[in-house]
Design a protein around this ligand. Structure first.
Ligand code: DON
Length: 307
């Protein structure tokens, strides 16, 4: 199925069932501003490779993208720093919560993958070798890819996370102790927290994610990533994008995806569509309950999965 009207019909049916169901899950509490979210809210967007986008529910409402930003950080690190990244970050699923400390100690400061928090700190550190403003680099990239020149950091969210940073700081200091951070921990944390606080709508995330869907081509048609690196980003999204629920995500949705604790999930049908769904109620592993349900219904109804 690739007809816009039919896909819009699918999204509408999903919004009518999932979007109107009793809200499920709990909003994130460990970042106080995120705890203010209403779990009943729902939006979903689908972007085609040419940038045309359709959506339902609150698909134009902006939320802080949180860990979805880790995909864009990885894309930028691969584009600007290349293979070097893989000497300091793995690409295996962790099977552990996204902010777990134990595995990092067993594995001597080398994070399992770029999507757990420790891995994302290593990616930010890597980007700091390329620019002293990695979060601005990402924001400007997202502005260009989504066609939304006004998108920016939500300073309230960034401040709220910065005031409750102990666990991420512990991850950073442990990595620094093992020699796997080159820049001061506070500097790495500052950029990491701000990249997570970029505010975007489902429509904008779906458009910005097109770089992965188009196998490494930017919105203007120029090449940012090699096809090989775009394939690797998709592979890591599939195997690590939902953390310790990555198996469940593959089982139910069957697409490369990346979740965030504000309730967003970006998913990629390589070469065809980029999806983004948002609903703030989370399961105990930090993934949107309604978001997962919506993507499950989408791939089941359309048959559009990588399997
Ligand atoms: O560092 C954190 O904990 C948050 N800024 C991001 C975590 C996150 O989104 C995990 N995703 N489900």
């Amino acid at each position: 199925m690739n007809d816009t009207a039919a896909l819009y019909g699918t999204l509408r049916r999903i919004a009518e069932t999932v979007g109107r169901a009793e809200p499920a899950g709990r909003v994130a509490h460990y970042i106080p501003v995120l705890a203010e979210a209403d779990p009943a809210r729902f939006g979903m967007a689908l972007a085609f490779p040419d940038g045309e986008t359709i959506g339902v529910g609150e698909w134009r409402h902006r939320f802080s993208i949180q860990s979805i930003s880790k995909v864009f950080a990885l894309v930028l690190a691969l584009a600007h720093r290349g293979e070097h990244l893989w000497t300091r970050v793995g690409r295996e699923p962790s099977g552990n919560p996204f902010n777990s400390l134990v595995q990092l100690e067993y594995e001597q400061g080398i994070p399992r993958n770029p999507f757990i928090n420790a891995g994302a700190l290593a990616v930010t550190d890597e980007l700091l070798d390329h620019t002293d403003q990695p979060c601005e680099l990402m924001r400007d990239f997202l502005r260009e890819e989504s066609g939304a020149p006004d998108l920016d950091f939500d300073q309230r969210v960034a401040d709220s996370e910065a005031a409750h940073i102990d666990r991420n700081a512990a991850l950073g200091h442990l990595m620094a102790d093992y020699g796997n951070l080159r820049h001061p921990v506070p500097q790495v944390l500052h950029h990491y927290v701000r990249q997570c606080a970029v505010e975007m709508s489902c429509e904008e995330v779906a458009r910005a994610g097109g770089v992965v869907t188009r196998h490494g081509l930017r919105a203007d048609g120029s090449r940012l990533l090699s096809r090989g690196d775009a394939k690797r980003v998709n592979a890591i999204m599939l195997t690590c994008g939902a953390y310790d629920a990555a198996g469940e995500f593959a089982f139910r949705v069957g697409l490369p995806g990346k979740s965030g604790v504000s309730g967003g999930i970006m998913a990629v049908v390589p070469g065809r569509y980029t999806l983004c769904v948002w609903s703030p109620g989370l399961d105990r592993r930090g993934n949107s309950v309604a978001g997962m349900d919506a993507l499950d219904r989408f791939t089941t109804e359309t048959g559009c999965s990588v399997f």
